[in-house]
Ligand binder design. Structure first.
Ligand SMILES: Cc1ncc(C[n+]2csc(CCOP(=O)(O)OP(=O)(O)O)c2C)c(N)n1
Ligand SMILES: [Mg+2]
Length: 647
């Protein structure tokens, strides 16, 4: 039997009927559809969404990039077992999603993107917002989605909807392949009729089977583990997505192997576990980085080994260090010439735990880890209660949010100096309480990402930590939070500009060039066409060699007032005590978003704890500061390893 519907109607009904199942637990896959309408989708998909709002809830976004961040935040909080579709018009509405798509794919999070496309018939071409490529009539702006999508299709005939939709679901629900999936929908095709089989519209269950490790690979991994003198686990996001954290803790308790965590893996082991070393790598803790340096066997669990995790391949210094990688994705499992245990993280860890019932890591190593972890916990206490004056430090703000979040609150962040500080300082109590998007580290993710988290976990309090720079990128979704009654607490951290990049710039000898929000008397608009004599002075954060100072003339910009004007409730906190009180007040508030505005000391940063990040310094410059930075850089680079040797 079949039924005649428009392509838009068939797609909406198909999406509403998709379910996922893991470990016998079944749930609906699509929570709904986010969208912004234009001529490309208002009549096709728009009509279908209106007709079927009871089947697939529709949420209006304010910026298409932000819609994808919302969807990604949701998917991450749901351990990739839930998703949103995003519909846009053609042209700018569609390409606005490209950045969000890249973020979702890099973070391996399922999002379904439905950008509209120009007419398949090409009858009225060129239409408003159409890119014309004289030598290739098949190109549209949507081809920009290809490199950032894990699956791409363009439904140019109505019949293509069925295979496109099924392929999309296969990729979205496969933990090894998932990411952004794009189905470009020409505006005419969306509204055209198609005959689809009834079964296409019926509930369909996508079972996520847990893949066990291959027996011989497991055997080799066990040999390596038994021989290891200084084993270290590095837990990545896959540990959390596969719900392997309880198994991880059992393995650690049984074997005494310490655990360090990547950004996405933060919270895999509670911070107060005696063998939790916390963050590793460029933004790592002293405890994790010291043990990483000496480890002879590193067991990566669900990590893609980004440069922040490996301190740009300088973190693991033992000459004979080898890697065992537990990962659902072959691609990640093979990294660092590691022994690939291509498997589900939980099954892999369970297999190791069962086989290692009689095995413990050398006690000396375990004891060393306990001691370092204890000392690090003291350092965290010192930083989060520093009493910086007159303005508080970011570390103190993190401490206050951490206390307000309690056992179940979630902190959401993405870019700036906060992710590194959070990675080091956050006291993780729950695997779903730490949500820092550091795969793409996309400024602007924070507010929409936080909305997605709240939609996925309405029972949790969501604290979005956002810098002034990131805030300015995508504040508009506050309006969505107001419109949809989504209660998030946004902690807006004002430090007058791009403090993180300012510090990075100073470290490469460039004095914070172009990173400060400060009024420029010689601004580009003051004397059009004339070169600026004092431009150099105006653009610097702090002249090389000078101690940086708080800005004497910050811009007359009031971001708290901006948030208020978007409909958010705003609390201005002038000190850490006021911030703590504000977070209490915000916590008990109901309804839409609450923004807590706090100014911090731009220069009271958290130092690096033997971490390093490869950021190339100019090889040629007259500036002694740059020359010195280049010398330091060349020296630091000597610690870089290639990890070519196989286990
Ligand atoms: C979309 C985007 N553009 C540029 C960057 C590079 N970048 C990383 S952090 C940063 C500054 C962030 O400023 P703010 O949010 O105020 O945080 P702060 O550095 O002051 O802590 C920039 C420009 C980025 N990560 N994302
Ligand atoms: Mg800032």
């Amino acid at each position: 039997m079949s039924v005649r519907l428009t392509v838009g109607q068939a797609l909406v009904r198909f999406l509403a009927a998709q379910e996922v199942e893991r470990d016998g637990r079944r749930q609906r896959f699509f929570a709904g559809c986010l969208g912004i309408f234009g001529h490309g989708n208002v009549a096709g998909l728009g009509q279908a969404l209106k007709q079927h709002e009871d089947l697939l809830p529709y949420v209006q976004g304010r910026n298409e990039q932000a819609m994808v961040h919302m969807a990604a935040g949701y998917a991450r909080q749901r351990n990739r077992l839930g998703a949103w579709a995003c519909t846009t018009s053609i042209g700018p509405g569609a390409t606005n999603m490209v950045t969000g798509a890249a973020g979702a794919t890099i973070n391996r999070l399922p999002v379904l993107l439905l950008p509209s496309d120009t007419f398949a018939t090409r009858r009225p071409h060129p239409v408003l917002q159409q890119l014309e490529v004289p030598h290739d009539a098949t190109v549209s702006v949507n081809d920009a989605f290809r490199p950032v999508s894990r699956f791409f299709d363009r439904v140019e005939r109505p019949e293509q909807l069925v295979p496109a939709a099924l392929e999309a679901m296969r990729v979205l629900t496969d933990p090894a392949e998932t990411g952004a999936v794009t189905i470009a929908l020409p505006e005419d095709v969306q509204a055209e009729a198609v005959e689809v089989p009834d079964s296409f519209l019926e509930p369909r269950i996508w079972t996520i089977w847990r893949r066990p490790p291959a027996a011989d690979a497991l055997g080799r991994a066990l040999e390596l583990l038994r021989e290891a003198k200084r084993p270290l686990i590095v837990a990545g996001g896959g540990t959390i997505y596969s719900e392997a954290t309880a198994t991880l803790r059992e393995l650690v308790d049984q074997t005494g192997i310490p655990v360090a965590e990547t950004q996405a893996g933060r919270g895999s082991l509670r911070s107060d576990h005696p063998l939790s070393l916390g963050a590793v790598g460029a933004t790592g803790t002293l405890a994790a980085n010291r043990l990483a340096r000496e480890a002879d066997l590193v067991i990566g669990v669900g990590t893609r080994w980004s440069d922040f995790t490996t301190a740009s391949k300088s973190a693991f210094q033992d000459p004979g260090v080898r890697f065992v990688n537990l990962n659902v994705s072959e691609f990640d499992a093979a990294k660092h010439s590691g022994l690939a245990l291509t498997c589900d993280a939980r099954l892999g860890l369970e297999s190791l735990r069962e086989a290692l019932a009689d095995h413990r890591a050398p006690e000396e190593w375990t004891e060393r880890a306990r001691r370092e972890a204890g000392e690090w916990a003291e350092e965290v206490e010192r930083l989060v209660h520093a009493g910086n004056a007159p303005l508080p430090s970011q570390a103190e703000v993190i401490g206050a949010i951490n206390d307000a979040a309690g056992e179940t609150g979630v902190v959401v962040c993405a870019a700036g100096s906060a992710p590194g500080d959070l990675h080091k300082l956050w006291h993780a109590r729950d695997p779903k309480g730490y949500h820092v998007e550091y795969g793409y580290s996309c400024m602007g993710y924070e507010i929409p990402g936080g909305i997605g988290v709240k939609l996925a976990a309405p029972e949790r309090e969501v604290f979005v930590m956002i810098g002034d720079g990131s805030y300015l990128m995508l504040p508009g979704e506050l309006v969505t939070a107001v419109a949809e009654n989504v209660k998030i607490v946004v902690v807006l951290v004002e430090n007058h500009g791009y403090a993180s990049i300012g510090a990075l710039s100073r470290s490469v000898g460039s004095a914070g060039f172009g990173t400060h929000y400060r009024r420029r008397e010689e601004g580009i608009g003051a004397h059009p066409g004339k070169p600026r004599a004092s431009a150099r002075r105006q653009l610097l954060d702090a002249p090389n060699g000078d101690a940086p100072v708080q800005p004497a003339d910050p811009l007359p910009v009031d971001l708290a007032a901006n948030a208020e004007s978007l409909g958010a409730r705003v609390i201005r906190a002038g000190s850490i005590d006021e911030l703590r009180a504000a977070l209490d007040e915000a916590g008990s508030a109901t309804g839409g978003p609450v923004v807590v505005h706090v100014e911090i000391d731009r220069y009271a940063g958290v130092p690096s704890y033997e971490g390093w990040w490869d950021v190339p310094v100019a090889e040629i410059s007259d500036d002694p500061a740059v020359q010195e930075a280049r010398r330091d850089y060349e020296q630091a680079r000597e610690a870089q390893r290639q990890y070519v040797d196989t286990p």
